[in-house]
Design a protein around this ligand. Structure first.
Ligand code: ATP
Ligand code: MG
Length: 541
């Protein structure tokens, strides 16, 4: 048997070894009320990953018990995002597929004296629920006869009552120390059109009641969910025991993924989309899987992150810089290198004539990646921040009288800076050392600094997009998400890129030398380089 990597796998191995189960069946249970986010990637990693590991199966189960918030658009988006991560579900099913059986089970509970129709309003139920230290009060409708309950429940189903006028409650224990067992509501009246069952139903089962039934009907052996459901497990088990489920699925809870600077709530993400704070669910700043994909973050890096953070029993918060470090690790190994200048400054080499091509290493961490040719001439663009008229100590980039190496090409000495009427540098004039060509340098000159450049005669205009986190740092912690919003998280720059980038395959992730990882795309004929992650590593290992 494979070796258990966490407490869930340990439980599964014990169940397999003892013969309690013959094979593993899990399910990934999104509610189709928004797009999946990186927290869901962890849930998929646990559900799909664990089934995969033990040769079992994982279903895609849409929890669509809440008709007013659910949409087919979300169902499609969810499937796209699961496929993006490379997972395959055994079966696609919906809570609504099981509505008939869920209803029949409710009648069975009524017949067995374990459920009753209650006329209290939602507020009255809440007010009589008791507290953590005090028991609740029994409903005056608790002792209705089986016949009366059946009649009323069927009338609820037939549409005789208005929303909230009645509900069906499990008859458990109003004095239970677990509030979830105090006669919880298991069916409510809701005259709403459901995205799959249309107007067939005007009563809908509550999540806590429907979920164990759906798990059982799918043959789920282990129902893996997040910690907030721990207190609901006694109810999950109550449903299974009282409906005589054999074998009874087992619910196991694990810690949610929380990441600093990221909002992980569909409700809030939806608000950002609706109020126009972002360009859509797939905005590259969004922590949705659609956003991460659009950002250019490879699925492998997301899965690697989920694997590295592990599966724990206690909630914690992960630093966003850790996620970025994992993405950087992956891209460092896989992304080809290229050159682009984000804030161009003209560099003219006064003693250079003509043009040539220099060899450029495609990826120095990948020994087999090879080289490609990059055009070079006496007219270049360099990064404005790579030249200083007033260099601080230890500044080894462009400075008057100083030597600097142009990456993969020659060493140049900056001789003169042309300035405008405001004193801003508009052009740098330099001379190059012909014997200093990279790979065959016999100049004897040591240049401490190395800078990137592009050939002014062949380069392309490029729109460069840079991003900051949508949420500001932890010193804002405790404040509402909306107060932590970073209003200025997208920056557009106009730069120059080597011509190769214009013809490179769409969507490729590049390491722009000394700048960061960027995704190449073309929008309305315009070359765009969009930041995936910067090169700077903020993560303190
Ligand atoms: P949200 O609050 O973002 O809407 P949710 O829990 O309501 O999240 P569901 O669609 O119900 O979203 O979630 C599907 C599955 O993904 C559930 O099993 C849920 O526990 C799990 N999940 C959701 N968020 C996270 C997270 N941050 N970390 C791990 N698992 C998560
Ligand atoms: Mg939910």
């Amino acid at each position: 048997m494979a070796e258990a990597e966490n407490f869930i796998q340990q439980i599964i191995e014990d169940d397999l070894r003892s013969g309690k189960i013959a094979s593993v069946q899990t399910r990934f249970p999104p509610e189709p009320n928004g797009y999946l986010h990186i927290g869901h990637a962890k849930s998929m990693f646990v559900n799909f990953g664990t089934a995969e590991k033990y040769g079992g199966k994982c279903n895609l189960f849409f929890d669509d018990t809440n008709p007013s918030k659910e949409k087919t658009e979300y169902v499609d988006a969810i499937k796209r995002d699961i496929r993006f991560l490379g997972y395959e579900w055994a079966k696609e099913c919906y809570a609504s597929d099981f509505f008939d059986t869920i209803y029949e089970f409710a009648e069975k509970l009524i017949v067995d004296g374990k459920a009753f129709v209650c006329d209290l309003s939602a507020e009255e139920i809440k007010a009589t629920r008791g507290t953590l230290t005090e028991p609740g009060q029994e409903s005056p409708y608790r002792n209705r006869s089986v016949e009366e309950n059946l009649t009323l429940f069927r009338e609820m189903k037939a549409g005789k009552y208005a929303d909230g006028e009645k509900c069906l409650r499990a008859k458990i224990d109003m004095a239970s120390p677990n509030v979830n067992l105090r006669d919880p509501v298991i069916y409510r009246i809701l005259h709403a059109t459901h995205h799959r069952t249309g107007d067939k139903w005007c009563i809908y089962p509550m999540y806590d009641y429907a979920h164990p039934i759906c798990d059982y009907l799918q043959g789920v052996t282990h129902s893996l969910c997040t910690l907030e459901f721990e207190d609901h497990r006694p109810l999950y088990d109550w449903v299974g025991i009282n409906l005589g489920f054999d074998p009874k699925p087992r619910q196991i809870e694990f810690a949610r993924l929380n990441v600093t600077n990221l909002v992980m709530s569909k409700r809030y993400l939806k608000k950002l989309v609706e109020d126009g704070s972002v360009h859509g669910w797939d905005d590259p700043r969004m922590p949705t899987l659609a956003g991460l994909r659009n950002r250019g973050i490879p699925a492998e890096a997301i899965k690697d992150f989920c694997s590295r953070i592990g599966v724990a029993k206690a909630n914690s918060e992960c630093e966003i810089s850790y996620f970025e470090a994992v993405v950087r690790d992956y891209l460092n190994a896989h992304a080809p290198r290229a050159m682009a200048v984000t804030d161009p400054l003209k560099l003219t080499i006064t003693n250079y004539e003509g043009s040539e091509e220099v060899d450029f290493e495609i990826n120095q961490t990948d020994g087999n990646a090879g080289t490609r040719k990059v055009p070079f001439s006496g007219e270049l663009f360099i990064e404005r921040s790579d030249f200083s008229l007033d260099p601080p100590p230890k500044y080894y980039r462009g400075r008057i009288g100083g030597y600097v190496r142009l990456k993969n090409a020659y060493i140049v000495r900056c001789d003169e800076a042309v300035t405008d009427e405001n004193g801003n540098v508009t052009e740098v004039k330099a001379t190059y050392l012909p014997e200093s060509r990279s790979g065959s340098d016999t100049s004897g000159v040591k240049a401490k600094g190395v800078i990137h450049w592009v050939d002014a005669n062949s380069c392309k205009d490029v729109e460069i997009r840079r991003y900051e986190h949508l949420l500001r740092d932890a010193d804002y912690a405790g404040q509402d998400f909306s107060e932590r919003m970073n209003e200025d998280s997208e920056h557009i720059l106009l730069g120059k890129a080597e011509p190769y980038l214009a013809t490179a395959e769409e969507g490729t992730a590049f390491q722009l030398m000394r700048t960061g990882y960027y995704k190449k795309c073309t929008e309305n004929g315009k070359l765009v380089l969009s930041e995936i992650v910067s090169l700077k590593d903020n993560f303190n290992k």
